[in-house]
Ligand binder design. Structure first.
Ligand SMILES: NC(=O)c1ccc[n+]([C@@H]2O[C@H](COP(=O)([O-])OP(=O)(O)OC[C@H]3O[C@@H](n4cnc5c(N)ncnc54)[C@H](OP(=O)(O)O)[C@@H]3O)[C@@H](O)[C@H]2O)c1
Length: 245
Protein backbone atom coordinates (compact mmCIF):
# COMPACT_ATOMS: atom_id res chain seq x y z
CA UNK A 1 0.00 0.00 0.00
CA UNK A 2 2.70 2.52 1.01
CA UNK A 3 5.04 1.59 -1.83
CA UNK A 4 7.32 4.61 -1.53
CA UNK A 5 8.22 4.09 2.14
CA UNK A 6 11.06 1.73 3.07
CA UNK A 7 10.17 -1.93 3.19
CA UNK A 8 9.51 -2.79 6.84
CA UNK A 9 8.37 0.75 7.65
CA UNK A 10 6.94 1.78 11.03
CA UNK A 11 3.90 4.04 11.39
CA UNK A 12 2.38 6.07 14.22
CA UNK A 13 -1.25 7.23 14.33
CA UNK A 14 -2.32 9.80 16.93
CA UNK A 15 -6.12 9.59 17.24
CA UNK A 16 -6.60 5.87 16.77
CA UNK A 17 -9.98 5.94 18.54
CA UNK A 18 -11.48 8.24 15.90
CA UNK A 19 -13.35 7.07 12.83
CA UNK A 20 -10.62 7.89 10.31
CA UNK A 21 -7.78 7.18 12.75
CA UNK A 22 -9.02 3.65 13.47
CA UNK A 23 -9.37 2.95 9.73
CA UNK A 24 -5.83 4.21 9.10
CA UNK A 25 -4.45 1.95 11.81
CA UNK A 26 -6.24 -1.06 10.32
CA UNK A 27 -5.09 -0.40 6.76
CA UNK A 28 -1.50 0.15 7.84
CA UNK A 29 -1.53 -3.03 9.94
CA UNK A 30 -2.87 -4.91 6.90
CA UNK A 31 0.00 -3.62 4.72
CA UNK A 32 2.57 -6.42 4.41
CA UNK A 33 5.37 -3.82 4.06
CA UNK A 34 4.54 -2.30 7.46
CA UNK A 35 6.15 -3.97 10.48
CA UNK A 36 4.59 -1.98 13.33
CA UNK A 37 1.78 0.51 13.86
CA UNK A 38 1.69 2.56 17.06
CA UNK A 39 -1.93 3.46 17.76
CA UNK A 40 -2.42 6.40 20.14
CA UNK A 41 -5.60 7.49 21.89
CA UNK A 42 -6.73 9.19 25.08
CA UNK A 43 -7.88 5.82 26.31
CA UNK A 44 -5.38 3.35 24.96
CA UNK A 45 -7.31 0.61 23.11
CA UNK A 46 -6.52 -3.10 23.36
CA UNK A 47 -4.31 -4.24 20.50
CA UNK A 48 -6.24 -5.98 17.73
CA UNK A 49 -3.11 -7.44 16.13
CA UNK A 50 0.49 -8.24 17.01
CA UNK A 51 1.53 -5.45 14.64
CA UNK A 52 -0.46 -2.81 16.55
CA UNK A 53 1.11 -1.29 19.66
CA UNK A 54 -1.31 0.92 21.61
CA UNK A 55 -0.18 4.02 23.50
CA UNK A 56 -1.94 6.74 25.45
CA UNK A 57 -1.72 10.52 24.99
CA UNK A 58 -3.90 13.59 25.52
CA UNK A 59 -3.70 16.63 23.25
CA UNK A 60 -4.32 18.81 26.31
CA UNK A 61 -1.22 17.55 28.16
CA UNK A 62 2.14 18.08 26.44
CA UNK A 63 3.95 15.74 28.84
CA UNK A 64 1.85 12.82 27.53
CA UNK A 65 2.78 13.76 23.94
CA UNK A 66 6.46 13.99 24.86
CA UNK A 67 6.32 10.58 26.59
CA UNK A 68 4.47 9.09 23.61
CA UNK A 69 7.14 10.43 21.23
CA UNK A 70 9.84 8.73 23.32
CA UNK A 71 7.89 5.47 23.39
CA UNK A 72 7.14 5.27 19.67
CA UNK A 73 10.74 6.00 18.68
CA UNK A 74 12.37 3.51 21.07
CA UNK A 75 12.67 0.89 18.34
CA UNK A 76 13.87 3.45 15.78
CA UNK A 77 12.57 6.45 13.87
CA UNK A 78 9.05 6.08 12.42
CA UNK A 79 8.68 6.46 8.65
CA UNK A 80 5.09 7.70 8.82
CA UNK A 81 3.32 9.77 11.48
CA UNK A 82 -0.34 10.73 11.06
CA UNK A 83 -2.30 12.97 13.40
CA UNK A 84 -5.98 12.02 12.99
CA UNK A 85 -7.42 13.89 15.95
CA UNK A 86 -9.85 16.77 15.72
CA UNK A 87 -12.95 18.43 17.12
CA UNK A 88 -15.95 20.00 15.39
CA UNK A 89 -18.62 19.66 18.04
CA UNK A 90 -19.26 18.30 21.50
CA UNK A 91 -21.95 19.08 24.06
CA UNK A 92 -21.21 22.78 24.52
CA UNK A 93 -19.33 23.43 21.29
CA UNK A 94 -21.37 23.56 18.10
CA UNK A 95 -20.20 25.01 14.77
CA UNK A 96 -21.30 28.66 14.68
CA UNK A 97 -23.92 29.65 12.09
CA UNK A 98 -23.26 33.34 12.73
CA UNK A 99 -20.62 35.56 14.26
CA UNK A 100 -23.15 36.31 16.99
CA UNK A 101 -22.77 32.72 18.23
CA UNK A 102 -19.01 33.05 18.67
CA UNK A 103 -17.71 32.84 22.21
CA UNK A 104 -14.20 32.87 23.58
CA UNK A 105 -14.49 29.55 25.39
CA UNK A 106 -15.48 27.59 22.26
CA UNK A 107 -12.99 29.41 20.04
CA UNK A 108 -10.18 28.59 22.46
CA UNK A 109 -11.35 24.98 22.80
CA UNK A 110 -11.27 24.57 19.01
CA UNK A 111 -7.75 25.99 18.90
CA UNK A 112 -6.67 23.80 21.80
CA UNK A 113 -7.73 20.57 20.08
CA UNK A 114 -7.36 21.39 16.37
CA UNK A 115 -4.29 23.63 16.43
CA UNK A 116 -2.27 23.51 19.64
CA UNK A 117 -2.44 19.73 20.17
CA UNK A 118 -1.31 18.76 16.64
CA UNK A 119 1.38 21.47 16.77
CA UNK A 120 2.77 19.94 19.96
CA UNK A 121 2.77 16.51 18.32
CA UNK A 122 4.71 18.04 15.41
CA UNK A 123 7.15 19.61 17.88
CA UNK A 124 7.90 16.24 19.47
CA UNK A 125 7.75 14.06 16.33
CA UNK A 126 9.02 15.76 13.16
CA UNK A 127 12.69 15.89 14.15
CA UNK A 128 12.48 12.21 15.08
CA UNK A 129 11.76 11.25 11.48
CA UNK A 130 14.67 9.50 9.75
CA UNK A 131 17.09 11.77 7.89
CA UNK A 132 18.43 9.18 5.48
CA UNK A 133 15.22 8.08 3.77
CA UNK A 134 11.70 9.09 2.81
CA UNK A 135 9.46 9.95 5.78
CA UNK A 136 6.09 11.61 6.22
CA UNK A 137 4.38 13.66 8.93
CA UNK A 138 0.74 14.33 8.08
CA UNK A 139 -2.06 15.97 10.05
CA UNK A 140 -5.76 15.75 9.28
CA UNK A 141 -7.10 19.20 8.59
CA UNK A 142 -10.17 20.26 6.58
CA UNK A 143 -10.99 22.04 3.34
CA UNK A 144 -12.99 24.58 5.34
CA UNK A 145 -9.67 25.74 6.82
CA UNK A 146 -8.82 27.22 3.43
CA UNK A 147 -9.19 31.01 3.50
CA UNK A 148 -9.27 31.21 -0.31
CA UNK A 149 -11.99 28.57 -0.52
CA UNK A 150 -14.24 30.15 2.12
CA UNK A 151 -17.35 31.21 0.23
CA UNK A 152 -20.12 30.08 2.59
CA UNK A 153 -18.88 31.47 5.92
CA UNK A 154 -20.01 30.00 9.24
CA UNK A 155 -18.14 27.44 11.38
CA UNK A 156 -15.88 30.26 12.54
CA UNK A 157 -13.98 28.39 15.28
CA UNK A 158 -13.40 25.21 13.31
CA UNK A 159 -12.35 27.08 10.14
CA UNK A 160 -9.96 29.35 12.01
CA UNK A 161 -8.41 26.54 14.05
CA UNK A 162 -7.75 24.49 10.89
CA UNK A 163 -6.37 27.53 9.00
CA UNK A 164 -3.95 28.05 11.88
CA UNK A 165 -3.02 24.36 11.79
CA UNK A 166 -2.28 24.68 8.06
CA UNK A 167 0.06 27.60 8.76
CA UNK A 168 1.87 25.60 11.47
CA UNK A 169 2.25 22.67 9.05
CA UNK A 170 3.79 24.99 6.44
CA UNK A 171 6.12 26.57 8.97
CA UNK A 172 7.25 23.20 10.35
CA UNK A 173 7.85 21.90 6.82
CA UNK A 174 10.33 24.68 6.09
CA UNK A 175 12.34 23.87 9.20
CA UNK A 176 12.09 20.11 8.61
CA UNK A 177 13.46 20.42 5.06
CA UNK A 178 16.75 21.84 6.32
CA UNK A 179 18.00 18.54 7.73
CA UNK A 180 15.46 16.06 6.39
CA UNK A 181 15.51 16.61 2.62
CA UNK A 182 13.47 13.50 1.89
CA UNK A 183 10.78 14.22 4.47
CA UNK A 184 7.29 15.65 4.00
CA UNK A 185 5.09 17.57 6.42
CA UNK A 186 1.59 18.01 4.99
CA UNK A 187 -2.07 18.53 5.81
CA UNK A 188 -4.82 16.22 4.55
CA UNK A 189 -8.49 16.84 3.82
CA UNK A 190 -10.28 13.47 4.08
CA UNK A 191 -13.51 14.41 2.27
CA UNK A 192 -16.83 14.13 4.08
CA UNK A 193 -16.54 10.93 6.05
CA UNK A 194 -19.13 8.95 7.94
CA UNK A 195 -17.82 9.32 11.50
CA UNK A 196 -19.27 10.69 14.72
CA UNK A 197 -17.83 14.09 13.74
CA UNK A 198 -19.94 14.42 10.59
CA UNK A 199 -23.07 12.61 11.81
CA UNK A 200 -25.13 15.77 12.61
CA UNK A 201 -24.25 17.32 9.22
CA UNK A 202 -24.75 14.41 6.83
CA UNK A 203 -28.32 15.28 5.74
CA UNK A 204 -27.06 17.85 3.23
CA UNK A 205 -24.41 15.51 1.80
CA UNK A 206 -25.30 13.42 -1.30
CA UNK A 207 -24.75 9.72 -0.53
CA UNK A 208 -22.09 9.42 -3.25
CA UNK A 209 -20.03 12.15 -1.56
CA UNK A 210 -20.05 10.53 1.88
CA UNK A 211 -17.10 8.20 2.32
CA UNK A 212 -16.80 5.40 4.81
CA UNK A 213 -13.80 5.81 7.11
CA UNK A 214 -12.09 2.89 5.37
CA UNK A 215 -12.58 4.49 1.93
CA UNK A 216 -11.24 7.82 3.12
CA UNK A 217 -8.25 6.25 4.88
CA UNK A 218 -7.35 4.34 1.70
CA UNK A 219 -7.57 7.56 -0.35
CA UNK A 220 -5.37 9.42 2.13
CA UNK A 221 -2.66 6.75 2.21
CA UNK A 222 -2.65 6.68 -1.61
CA UNK A 223 -2.23 10.46 -1.72
CA UNK A 224 0.61 10.39 0.82
CA UNK A 225 2.34 7.62 -1.09
CA UNK A 226 2.36 9.72 -4.25
CA UNK A 227 3.67 13.00 -2.82
CA UNK A 228 7.19 14.28 -3.49
CA UNK A 229 9.29 16.19 -0.93
CA UNK A 230 8.90 19.34 -3.07
CA UNK A 231 5.18 19.26 -2.16
CA UNK A 232 5.90 19.44 1.58
CA UNK A 233 4.12 22.17 3.55
CA UNK A 234 0.89 22.06 1.55
CA UNK A 235 -2.59 20.63 2.11
CA UNK A 236 -3.96 17.86 -0.10
CA UNK A 237 -7.48 16.49 -0.40
CA UNK A 238 -8.48 12.81 -0.57
CA UNK A 239 -8.32 12.95 -4.40
CA UNK A 240 -4.76 14.30 -4.47
CA UNK A 241 -5.81 17.85 -5.39
CA UNK A 242 -4.07 20.63 -3.48
CA UNK A 243 -6.33 22.66 -1.17
CA UNK A 244 -5.41 26.34 -1.49
CA UNK A 245 -4.19 28.19 1.61
N1 LIG B 1 -15.37 13.30 9.25
C1 LIG B 1 -15.31 14.26 8.34
O1 LIG B 1 -16.22 14.39 7.50
C2 LIG B 1 -14.13 15.19 8.29
C3 LIG B 1 -14.12 16.19 7.28
C4 LIG B 1 -13.02 17.05 7.21
C5 LIG B 1 -11.99 16.91 8.11
N2 LIG B 1 -12.03 15.94 9.09
C6 LIG B 1 -10.90 15.85 10.01
O2 LIG B 1 -10.44 14.52 10.08
C7 LIG B 1 -9.90 14.25 11.39
C8 LIG B 1 -10.51 12.97 11.96
O3 LIG B 1 -11.91 13.15 12.06
P1 LIG B 1 -12.94 11.97 12.36
O4 LIG B 1 -14.07 12.18 11.44
O5 LIG B 1 -12.22 10.66 12.38
O6 LIG B 1 -13.40 12.39 13.83
P2 LIG B 1 -13.74 11.53 15.14
O7 LIG B 1 -14.23 10.17 14.78
O8 LIG B 1 -14.61 12.42 15.95
O9 LIG B 1 -12.31 11.39 15.84
C9 LIG B 1 -11.72 12.45 16.52
C10 LIG B 1 -10.48 11.95 17.22
O10 LIG B 1 -9.86 13.06 17.92
C11 LIG B 1 -9.54 12.57 19.22
N3 LIG B 1 -9.42 13.61 20.24
C12 LIG B 1 -10.29 14.61 20.53
N4 LIG B 1 -9.85 15.29 21.60
C13 LIG B 1 -8.68 14.70 21.99
C14 LIG B 1 -7.74 14.94 23.04
N5 LIG B 1 -7.89 15.91 23.94
N6 LIG B 1 -6.64 14.13 23.13
C15 LIG B 1 -6.47 13.12 22.25
N7 LIG B 1 -7.32 12.85 21.26
C16 LIG B 1 -8.42 13.63 21.13
C17 LIG B 1 -10.70 11.64 19.57
O11 LIG B 1 -10.36 10.87 20.70
P3 LIG B 1 -11.51 10.29 21.70
O12 LIG B 1 -12.00 9.03 21.01
O13 LIG B 1 -10.79 10.03 22.96
O14 LIG B 1 -12.57 11.34 21.81
C18 LIG B 1 -10.77 10.85 18.27
O15 LIG B 1 -9.75 9.89 18.22
C19 LIG B 1 -10.16 15.51 12.23
O16 LIG B 1 -9.03 16.33 12.22
C20 LIG B 1 -11.28 16.21 11.44
O17 LIG B 1 -11.29 17.59 11.67
C21 LIG B 1 -13.08 15.07 9.19
Amino acid sequence: MMHTLSSGYRAVVFGASGGIGAALVQLLADDAQCTQVFAGARVSPASASVKITPFAFDLLDESTIRDAATLVTQSGPPDLVIVATGLLHDGALQPEKTLRALNAKNLLRSYQINTVGPALIAKHMVFRLPRDRRAIFAALTARVGSITDNRKGGWHSYRASKAALNQLIRTASIELALKHPQALCVGLHPGTVNTRMSTPFQAAVPAAQLFSAAQSAAHLLRVLDGLAPAQSGRVFAWDGQEVPA
